[in-house]
Design a protein around this ligand. Sequence first.
Ligand SMILES: Cc1cc2nc3c(=O)[nH]c(=O)nc-3n(C[C@H](O)[C@H](O)[C@H](O)COP(=O)(O)OP(=O)(O)OC[C@H]3O[C@@H](n4cnc5c(N)ncnc54)[C@H](O)[C@@H]3O)c2cc1C
Length: 417
Amino acid sequence: MSTSTPIIAVIGAGPAGLMAAEVIARAGFSVAVFDAKPSAGRKLLRAGSGGLNLTHGEPLSAFVDRYAERTGQVAPMLDRFGPSQLLDWVHGLGIETFVGSSQRIFPVDKKAAPLLRAWLTRLRGLGVHFHMRWRWVGWQDGALQFDTPDGTQVVHAHATVMAMGGASWPELGSDGRWVSPLEQQGILVAPLKPSNCGFQVAWSDHFRERFARQPIKSVRGRLGSANSNKDAWHSGELMVTEEGLEGGLIYALSAPAREAVAQNGHTTLLLDLNPGRSEAQLAERLSQPQGRRSLARHLKSKAGIEGVKAGLLREFCDHNVMNDPHQLARHIKQLPVPLGKPFAIARAISSAGGVRFEDLTQELMLKALPGVFCAGEMLDWEAPTGGYLLTGCFTSGWIAGTGVATFLRVVEQSGTR
Ligand SMILES: Cc1cc2nc3c(=O)[nH]c(=O)nc-3n(C[C@H](O)[C@H](O)[C@H](O)COP(=O)(O)OP(=O)(O)OC[C@H]3O[C@@H](n4cnc5c(N)ncnc54)[C@H](O)[C@@H]3O)c2cc1C
């Protein structure tokens, strides 16, 4: 590539980068997308293999709260390009959607491939050029520097959107290696941490051998001690792994659990193994005569506890608890499961940390590097699963793309380009 070609560079062909590329191309500028991988949208495609949860149908006032500490920064972006604009855009690609049972919104076939195919066709039609296997490695005298199959290439961009993702599932492209070149420019990056991730549990050998890879269904969970009532219960499923627990229920608790573990080295997950009955009901039923039944059969018939749930009780309750109907009922409703470290970031659904909003303008331009914008999961925000991650990426890509177009017009008008 000629080093003098006037170009708007988008680095990262995930949902955030592609959305920025579309907005900039529609504004009439020449856009080139660069990506380290051989093809675009690999994580988006992977997300589609489990059912592509694009966004969520709850009211925007509740939706914005999912961005927790970053609600203040994300809410103004969602006001401009929120779930309803996102759905209009998806429908404009010819992809129909439906609202699932928990208000999660999916394409009708739940897949990402048709959406990505239609999108890439549209982008090529808008004149967007793709440079695959181009890995951005930093700046050289103000120009973007890439490692490519043809050696090092430099690109003089009039504006740049960085959308290189977080650091989860690095095999799909987002490996967090962009942190060091940004830090070399004096940009402070909040450490990348696992989000929507599993946690270690020190299982006994017996429990691990017997129950690893088994799901735990119809449970509720919250963090804290049995005496504290401050945290809300979350419903969902868990999966026992060799090392601990993963699955939607623990992902929903992962941000506070991660911070508690960072502070204290551990935290406690309280599990309600029978959400359908109260502690008093369970105590009354378990107090009924056991007769000649084993405790396992008594637990199953009176409390509906068997299999992995019975295994969990035996793992964390001593003999005295197991033989006292009242204590047993209390533990069925609030079984304390000690959690250790989060699983490695490479296994997490998403990452927390990234480029800090304090270093960005409202248009997501780096204050220290005019003309360089950031979008997507590489920004310092996190959200639970439920479509909030993709929505955050699409919306920030849209904001950054709009910001680039405004920036270029101002530069053109001032004649400094
Ligand atoms: C298994 C799984 C399922 C998921 N399911 C859902 C879901 O249903 N709903 C939801 O909302 N979210 C889901 N997510 C999260 C969602 O996919 C991500 O949040 C989203 O893809 C992030 O978009 P992004 O554009 O910021 O980054 P990415 O999609 O990660 O794209 C970043 C791109 O940048 C490229 N890149 C990285 N470094 C460089 C470099 N140095 N030079 C050039 N290119 C580079 C990468 O190759 C990649 O193509 C899921 C994630 C996983 C792992």
